[in-house]
Design a protein around this ligand. Sequence first.
Ligand code: PMV
Length: 313
Amino acid sequence: MPAFTASAPGKIILFGEHAVVYGQPAIAVPVHDVQARAIVQPRPGGEGIRLIASDISMKQALADLPLDDAIALAVRLTQEAIGVKELPACTLVVSSTIPLAAGLGSGAAVSVAIIRALAGFLGHPLPDETVNQLAFEVEKIHHGTPSGIDNTVVTFGRPVYFVKDQPIEILEIPISFTLVIGDTGVSSPTVETVTYVREAFQAQPDLYQSYFDLCGKLAWNARQQLNRRRNTSLGPLMNDNHDVLVRMGVSSPELDTLVAAAREAGALGAKLSGGGRGGNMVALVEPDRAEEIALALTDAGAANTIITTVGRP
Ligand code: PMV
């Protein structure tokens, strides 16, 4: 059995985070500049699976992980999907350049890479639909009640217009556009902001429903603009989406600072992305201004920036 390697990209949400959990549409795009990678290698003479994940200082037998560990679950679900009772002795090496707990889909990307690598190693590559379903099950550990947007965009590696429990709609991008992503450096587990929004929605259903509806309309409108090749029109829509997220209570001073810095430096629009209260923000920029805006974000305190092109040929 030869070694098998698989990878999966990061992702960024352009419109509709949080509202997507409540059935509104959202738009997310892959970020190929950062990747999670899994390699499964045979371990002749060994026993069971040995896991090496240097990024999180993990080096141990998979059997010693708790049953609800995300990596252990990804392995178990893959094994069940393929119908293999016992796995051959092997080493699973997991690495990732996607920042953790930052709204860039690191959890989903690691799951997708592991599922693909293990299935490939066992000689049973799984179709993307199955990989997506399995990764969704693992996402429940990260998010509690995930919408499924992260695993979907990461599995298919294409921009998506996503509505929970609806067939996947790949979003064609007729003209590419450039994003600058700025990391606040503040770690913010998505499960915490998703729980906060759920409690706020229960306390003030009409108000929060109006926020969700607004976000959904912005995502819908953004899709229309993309279809009509009016990419720059996304900028003001992103600004509006950020304002709604601020009112929802999921922004933070660090996110607001970076969003303001991007706009002041000439971004066409900027917003927080993902769960919020930390993690990343994203700005739509003219390609020739990208470096300058990334620098402005660093000056304003960004721990890291990524420049990425969506819809490149
Ligand atoms: O993983 P994050 O932080 O990009 O958040 C995912 C988006 C949410 O809408 C906040 C949660 C979800 O499951 O859709």
